[in-house]
Design a protein around this ligand. Structure first.
Ligand SMILES: Cc1ncc(C[n+]2csc(CCOP(=O)(O)OP(=O)(O)O)c2C)c(N)n1
Ligand SMILES: [Mg+2]
Length: 573
């Protein structure tokens, strides 16, 4: 069938089963918007392109499907950059479509021209500049294939305006054949056998699993394997939900804000089975103290992550689910009672905890209550900072795809649009963005998107009046010099404000009024006794709700391992 290029792109989305696109229009991408408007694909107009890409990312993390976002050329495309980088760091499948100036004007500094291919090359899995309308079906097919297979990631398709209005024949290819791109799926059987030999002879084995387990839909296999063999499990931030947070074998998250038990296990194990985790510095701390006595088995779909940071003894490249299924076949209960009991005792003696207070709301208490009152069933997204760590610590994730957080890039402003994406995917589920008062202001305009699309997203702002995580580092490592971390700072404030309680309120903005200005519901909570009622109200409300919790201003996240230290050098607080 003959049709314009822009319509081909829409047809391709239909062939890929795309049900929703997040985007923002502009000159060069207008033909696409004109065609998608006539189709049965839901198009959600965000209020900023970064909102669109994070929403597509949240949709992808919550569903396991490819998220799609669209923007115009120039500023529209550059506004996608942070979101593309966020998805790239966390291996999230996204197809981002951008308008571009006509082919013969590229390189001329044309109006709204930006070399988005060049800008995004280091932060995409792949990118395409479409030069010929005839290439669109193949390119779209490849883009989705590359985004979702192997180690997933964002793919950018840059569509010049003349290509999108030119006509050509549309036939969607059935197969993809990309030279040099053939992700390995089944792991090497001999390596799997050798790994299982190590498992059988280990005295102190530990499973260290990450987001790759969730991507591979391997949580069931991981859980079965760990339980059958009786091996304790620690997860990275990205891995939360890959193994049940309430399982006795779960030691908690490891790394900079890891639990004592998890970090102790990572230091003392004699066998580390790393699955879909990339040994990033937040998880490992100083490498010389990370699993120093252990043999390391590393299961990962991406050969490039093998022995990148930690030299491994047995690499197994392939799909985590396939490989775990093979390992499960020969798994048997291991005689490692004393190791397990030792870790269980450490876990029991060093629980995640905080000093309760009946006068001031503790941020941890808010997260605990959200966990309790949603029965652990909510989809949680987070911003970045202390809020992110409290969301990781005090909500227990029993299922994959319920904790959506920017792990690799650490993007403030991610959580709210991601919550919009998750709520679009699952209209009937309870979705909470656990937010900081700083982060939420980075993407606050998406309140319009949530309200107008009748999305009952709940935003729980842990309002400490601070860029809290920055303030925590200043308290601990910068002599309590709170330079530019107080969100209430005014010209009249003392230059060296060493007292966080130093008369900063009233806070700006008034989040309740802000919510109301957008047609959302705003609830301010100032007393611990009111926390529960407010959360209940938000859960039951069909509206978009901002819950503004006025929390203890100087609360810190513990445990904490200082940057660059070994993960056994834990500050308990
Ligand atoms: C886009 C972006 N800019 C800056 C940072 C650095 N940063 C990390 S945490 C943080 C403070 C976050 O403050 P808030 O959202 O209030 O969260 P809190 O730590 O107070 O819970 C900052 C500025 C970041 N992660 N992302
Ligand atoms: Mg804050």
């Amino acid at each position: 069938m003959r049709m314009p290029g822009a319509k081909m792109v829409v047809e391709a989305l239909k062939h890929e089963g795309v049900e929703v696109v997040f985007g923002y229009p502009g000159g060069t991408i207008m033909p696409f918007f004109d065609f998608i408007h006539r189709e049965d694909i839901r198009m959600i107009l965000t209020r900023h392109e970064q909102g669109a890409v994070h929403a597509a990312d949240g949709y992808a993390r919550a569903t396991g499907r490819v998220g799609v976002c669209v923007a115009t050329s120039g500023p529209g495309a550059t506004n996608l950059v942070t979101g593309i980088a966020t998805a790239n760091m966390d291996s999230i499948p996204i197809v981002a479509i951008t308008g571009q100036v006509p082919v013969d004007m590229i390189g001329n500094d044309a109006f709204q021209e930006a070399d988005i291919i060049g800008i995004s090359r280091p932060i995409t899995k792949h990118s395409y500049l479409v030069r010929d309308v005839a290439d669109i079906p193949r390119i779209m097919k490849e883009a989705f294939h590359i985004a979702r297979t192997g180690r997933p990631g964002p793919v950018l398709v840059d569509l010049p305006k003349d290509v999108s209005v030119a006509t050509g024949d549309f036939r969607y290819p059935e197969h993809v054949d990309i030279r040099g791109y053939n992700p390995v799926v089944s792991g090497n059987p001999q390596a799997i056998e050798e790994a299982m030999d190590l498992v059988r002879s280990a005295k102190r084995p530990l499973i260290y699993a990450g987001g790759g387990v969730i991507t591979a839909e391997a949580s069931g296999e991981l859980t079965a394997f760990a339980r059958k063999a009786g091996i304790p499990v620690t997860l990275t931030l990205m891995g939360l939900g890959a193994f049940p947070g309430t399982d006795p074998l779960f030691l908690g998250m490891l790394g900079m804000h890891g639990t004592v038990a998890a970090n102790q296990a990572a230091c003392e194990c004699d066998l580390m089975i790393a699955i879909g985790a990339r040994f990033d510095d937040r998880a490992t701390g100083r490498l010389s103290q990370f699993a120093p006595k252990a043999k390391v088995v590393h299961i990962d779909i991406d050969p490039a992550s093998i022995s990148k940071n930690v030299v491994v003894d047995i690499p197994i490249v392939g799909d985590a689910r396939e490989i775990l299924r093979q390992m499960l076949k020969s798994a048997e209960p291991l005689p490692i009672d004393s190791w397990r009991e030792k870790l269980m005792a450490t876990k029991r003696d060093n629980p995640l905890t905080y000093r309760k207070d009946c006068a001031v709301i503790k941020p941890q208490y808010v997260v605990e209550k959200i966990y309790e009152l949603t029965g652990g069933e909510a989809i949680i997204t987070t911003e970045v900072g202390q809020n992110q760590m409290w969301a990781a610590h005090y909500f227990r994730y029993d299922r994959p795809r319920t904790f959506l957080s920017s792990g690799g890039l650490g993007t403030m402003g991610y959580g709210f649009p991601a919550a919009i994406g998750a709520q679009v995917a699952f209209p009937d589920r309870v979705v909470f963005d656990i937010a900081g008062d700083g982060s939420i202001q980075m993407k606050i305009q998406e309140l319009a998107t949530a309200v107008l699309n009748e999305l009952p997203v709940n935003i729980a702002i842990l309002n400490n009046g601070y860029l809290g995580m920055v303030r925590q580092w200043q308290e601990l490592f910068f002599d309590k010099t709170y330079a530019f971390s107080c969100l209430g700072q005014r010209p009249s404030c003392p230059r060296q404000c060493n007292s966080p309680a130093n008369g900063c309120p009233p806070y700006v903005p008034d989040f309740v009024k802000l919510a109301e200005a957008y047609g959302a519901m705003g609830i301010r909570v100032e007393r611990p006794d009111d926390v529960e009622g407010a959360i209940r109200e938000a859960i039951h409300s069909p509206k978009t709700v901002i819950l503004e919790f006025m929390v203890a201003r100087e609360e810190n996240v513990y445990p904490m391992v200082p940057a660059g230290a070994g993960i056994n050098e834990i500050m308990i607080g």
